[in-house]
Ligand binder design. Sequence first.
Ligand code: SF4
Length: 348
Amino acid sequence: MSEERIRALGLLSGGLDSTLAVRVLQEQGIEVACVNFHTGFCIQSHTGAMRNPKPGAPPPRHDALHAADKLGIRLHMVDIAEDYVRIVTDPKHGYGKNLNPCLDCKIFMVQKAMEMKERMGFHFIFTGEVLGQRPMSQRRDTFPVIDRESGAAGWLLRPLTALRMPLTEPEKRGWVDRERLHGFSGRNRKPQMALAAQLGVTDYPSPAGGCCFLTDENYSRKLQDLWQYRGSRAYAMEDILLLKAGRHLRPAPGFKLIIGRDEAENHFLSGFTEGRILIRAKDLPGPLTLVEGTPTEEELILACRLAARFGKGKEVPEVAMVIERDGNQEMKKIVPLPAHEIDEGWYV
Ligand code: SF4
């Protein structure tokens, strides 16, 4: 009679640590599959589609998909964006340096992975977390909180830092050999890099790359602005997507401009005209601008003057601007706003 093969489900970002965690378990003959969660704030989900590629730069890639391919494992891509709203808007454990609710986020993802473990018959789950590597979620006092509040206590193995943690069920039951796990800690990544070399892992992204817009100061400021002027912390998927593209300027509380910075962003913004006003120069190259909110007629003229300023319009005395709203089109001739009249405080 053949012995049952032990199956583990991991959280995979495609960074060095989660990739190594997979390899460490594979080395023990464990069958590994992984999950990558889409929250709506993931940097790699849409950025490739909304930026002009830099000349000579490699084509954009999705790190988790790329890593799974290299590791030869099955990757489940799971969209949790709808439920994730409450994690971002009302995190029980608060935010990190920016609007990143890392501890609540980790608890939520581990909880979702536990549900998949039960449903899909995995023996245990694992992450690439390393003690002391991240200030908010990877600490000696936060690991037990993640384990307890996600319902994963005992069933969540952290292969890279396990020797510094209490025994887990997979170790107690002899499914995993603790002797072949690791005790990494802190922010020094040299031990992981040495292990990567030993295990033949060579193609991994730089740790500085980041994977989540919520840790980004500029993005967080725009999200805060959105909440402040809406008077509520609610958001829809297209709100948070639009915060990833264009220049954002708020000349008055009642309206905001989103101005495309290149052709790819113009194209991206053109998909979000419903419920917004679209402005573009009639006969000159320039950005596509979306106006959100309820500008007065005077404010709309200011929006047109500003929009013209960011295109070739700034080089001519007068520009014809096309304004589209609710399926109707009108044209206004305006004088582009001189640079000195742009208030730096308008930039969100
Ligand atoms: S960086 Fe973003 S995805 Fe990662 S734990 Fe924090 S909130 Fe979650």
